[in-house]
Structure formats: structure tokens, C-alpha cells
Design a protein around this ligand. Sequence first.
Ligand code: FAD
Ligand code: DHB
Length: 388
Amino acid sequence: MKTQVCIIGAGPAGLLLGHLLRAEGIECIVLERQTGDYVLGRIRAGVLEQITVSLMERLGLDARLKAEGLPHDGFNLANGERLIRIDIAALTGKHVVVYGQTELTRDLMAATEERGLEVIYGATDAAVHDIDSDAPYVTFGKDGGEQRIDARFIVGCDGFHGPSRQSILSRGAEYHREYPFGWLGILADVPPCNHELIYANHERGFALASMRSETRSRYYIDVPLTEKVEDWPDERIWDELSIRLGPEAAANITRGPSLEKSIAPLRSYVFAPMRAGSLLLCGDAAHIVPPTGAKGLNLAASDVHYAAEALRAFFKGYEADAIAGYSDKALARVWKAERFSWSLTRLMHRFPEDGPFERAMQVAELDYIASSKAAQTSIAENYVGLPV
Ligand code: FAD
Ligand code: DHB
């Protein structure tokens, strides 16, 4: 097979990029290791920044997002019994939209046929070759045989564990930090306990009250990495949430059976540069943020925006070296989101190594945020997403 751009990975980054390229008349093929149903079964992000919403709008794939997404003008930081509201709409003039990554991916998947975007599911052992040439290619297994796609560029949108970054590890630097806990998430068909999100720092640990709709809630608590999902029957999670989220939210929690329950490790990670020769990396393939701050999916969207611009400039003949600028542009935004996610994680979690001094610093910072419009504005502008 021959195409202009071969994309590895049909998560949100790969599908968004595929659609943006097709909209420009650029040929591309997306390879996905899993089935479509498997991809849709992963419950992940829930908060969309303007950049993500506007890409869906530009593609004309935002009908359901507009109808079902919940615009949020603010969110809350809780510290024990105190609730600090960050009024993002008043402070920045922007808002975020609560709409599940699953639904966004479903909308992108549903439009592939009609938009002529070819996605090959069940593609095993994808490997990139000759990326230092103008004629790189990808090999993969399908239905028992090996296949090959020749392209002008390959874009790795294959997440943190995919083969794209692995193939260029020696060509860049890895920056990372692991955290000593994971987020245990529960999804349930019960109304949310609050109309806006609450990120809580409690002496027993972190908790987040989020939602997918007026009738579906998503909650998280942090747990040591040694814990297993089996250690956490639903009732134990509801009990813990009721303590950590504070009395007001606890009074409004409706309990219900979990539709999904999983533990995600927290890490900060950046691989730089995000390109080697004819291979570009987008999204989790190049970087990971801890989920505090809801930046991962949105960063994947901004990478895709920069990659689509660079590829368009290249193929439309405006700029021969457009591709060379991709990594620096993307990384400038990535590092700022890494900083924000890291600092909000630091502020809202109890680290096992922390002593009374570190705790006093958290209390002082939360106090400062509660009393300072400047501090709230800084949080709000990062939360809604820095300019692209
Ligand atoms: P992925 O979604 O990981 O997609 C990569 C795709 O590549 C997958 O489909 C995978 O199967 C495929 N793949 C892998 N290897 C191969 C291979 N060898 N060949 C072919 N295909 C391959 N982000 C936010 O912005 N807001 C949030 O509120 C938020 N909450 C989160 C909550 C949790 C619990 C978690 C875990 C994450 C959260 N994130 C959030 C992060 C967000 O989900 C990710 O950043 C996002 O999924 C990145 O998209 P991606 O397309 O780059 O990678
Ligand atoms: C959700 C996840 C996040 O990481 C976050 O910061 C906010 C909401 C969610 O899954 O709803």
C-alpha cells in the first residue's frame, strides 16, 4: 500500500489527525493494534479545552458534542471543609466542556467511512523503517501475513507504550518523574454530587468528583501503587469519597454500582524532540502528564493541530521545512502543561515523603489561592488551556 501519511494508533490523536489531513485532501492510513470496540472501552479523559472542541467544530463533527457536552464555567479546589471556586469564565472569558474521551472517539470513528479515512484495526507488530529517508515505511501483521505501507511521513500516535517513540529513543532525551500513587476511578450511573468538578486534598488523600452527564458520575481517589482494584469493592470507594470530598459534597453523593473501575498510575514524562527524520510523534506517544488538571487529551489535540498544520504546509508546497518546526512548536505548549499538571498534582496530593513543612506549604498555597485573584487567574488560564 502507498499513502502520503501513515498514522500509527487510532486513539483520539490518530483519528483527529487522520480527519484533519483528509479534510485537506491529504492521503493517509491509520493503523490500530486493537479493535474499535476495545478502543471505545477505555474510560479516560472527561474535560475538553477550547482547542479540542474547536478541532471537532472545524471538522463538522461536533453535533453531539454541542448537544450533549456540558460547558463548565468553573471548578473547585477543596481543602478539608473549605471549597475554593475557580471561576474560569469570569477570570478568562472561556470555559471547558465536559464530554468523555470515549464519546469524542466514537464521533471520530463514526465519520471515518463517510470522510474516506481508512483505519486498519487489528494491525499487529507495527514497525517503522527508513525514517531518515524521504520514503519511510511501516510494516505490520494482519490476518496472518505481513503488510507494508509506504509513505512520505509516519506519525506515531500510538500512546505511551507504542513502538514509535521506542524506535527513536536514542535520538532524543527522556524527562520523567514517577509519583508514588495511582488514581482509582469509578464510573457509575448516578447524578453528580456537585454541578462542577471538585479536586480535594484531604488528610486521607486526594479525591476528584467529576461527571460525564447529569446522570453519569466519574470519581477518582488516589491509592498507593501497591493496591489492586479487587481491594476496592464499590462501597469502600463510596465511603472513602464521602470522607475525602468534604461534608457538603458527601451529603449529595448518590451511590450506585460501578460500570467501570480501574487504577491508572501517575507520571510526568516528555520525550524531546518530538520528531526524528520523517517520523513525528503526537500525544501520549511523546509525553504524559499526571491527570490532575485534565491536560492529556487536550495536549494530544494541540500536538495534532501543529502536526496537521506542518503537514499541510509541506504537501501544499508552501514551506519545504514546515516539518522541521513541528517539535519546537508542540513542545513549547507541552512543557507548560507539564508544569501545570505537576504543580497541581503537588498541591492536591499527600506525598508519603512529605512532613509538616510540606503540608504547611500546601495550606499556605491554598490560602493564597483563596485570597488572590492573580493566583486564581493563573490557575484558570492554565486549566482552560494556554493559547495554541
Ligand atoms: P491513546 O489514547 O493511548 O491512543 C493510542 C492508540 O494507539 C491506542 O488506541 C492504542 O491501542 C494504539 N496503539 C498502541 N500501540 C500500537 C501499535 N503497536 N500499533 C498500532 N496501534 C497501537 N486527558 C485530558 O485531557 N483530560 C482528562 O480529563 C483526562 N483524564 C484522564 C483520566 C485517566 C484515568 C487517564 C488514564 C487519562 C486521562 N487523560 C485525560 C489522558 C488522556 O486520556 C490521554 O492523554 C489520551 O488518551 C491521549 O491520546 P492518544 O491518542 O495520544 O493516546
Ligand atoms: C476527569 C479526569 C481528570 O483527569 C480531570 O482532571 C478531570 C476530570 C474525568 O475523567 O472526568
